[in-house]
Ligand binder design. Structure first.
Ligand code: 5GP
Length: 116
């Protein structure tokens, strides 16, 4: 069993967060240091450390993460103009918290995917 993470403590309601969605598989809450007007993190309730650690058993939760992202983008009013979903994986991906999470970013033009 992976170690506890800051995000699993948010999932359990042990530390405060602006939670915008929770269901049997995933929890979504606003990033504490938002990089865009809408910046929401969507995490599996059960710890999966990185995208590199997923298995066939995780397909339902991965699908739920994307569907919740699309629903929240609509709720936030950013779906019409568009938005970005992003997963950072391990060191070269710039991952800081080792509890899989999808970033939903929107509310302003986000520019090109990466700076050359
Ligand atoms: P990563 O770089 O791992 O993809 O992204 C981690 C994200 O988690 C960062 O955008 C950071 O601001 C956010 N974050 C880190 N700790 C907390 C926290 O305690 N609460 C919330 N809401 N967001 C956090």
């Amino acid at each position: 069993m992976p170690e506890d993470t800051i995000f699993s403590r948010i999932v359990r309601g042990e530390i405060p967060a602006d939670v915008v969605h929770q269901d049997d598989l995933v929890t979504a809450f606003r990033d504490i240091q938002p990089l865009a007007p809408t910046h929401i993190l969507i995490v599996p309730n059960r710890i999966i450390p990185t995208l590199a650690d997923v298995s066939a058993d995780d397909e339902a939760v991965l699908g739920r993460m994307l569907r919740v992202a699309a629903d929240l983008a609509a709720d936030e009013g950013v779906a019409r103009n568009g938005y970005r979903v992003m997963i950072n994986c391990r060191e070269h991906g710039g991952q800081e918290v080792y509890h899989l999470h999808l970033h939903l970013l929107g509310g302003r033009p986000l520019g090109r995917m990466l700076i050359r």
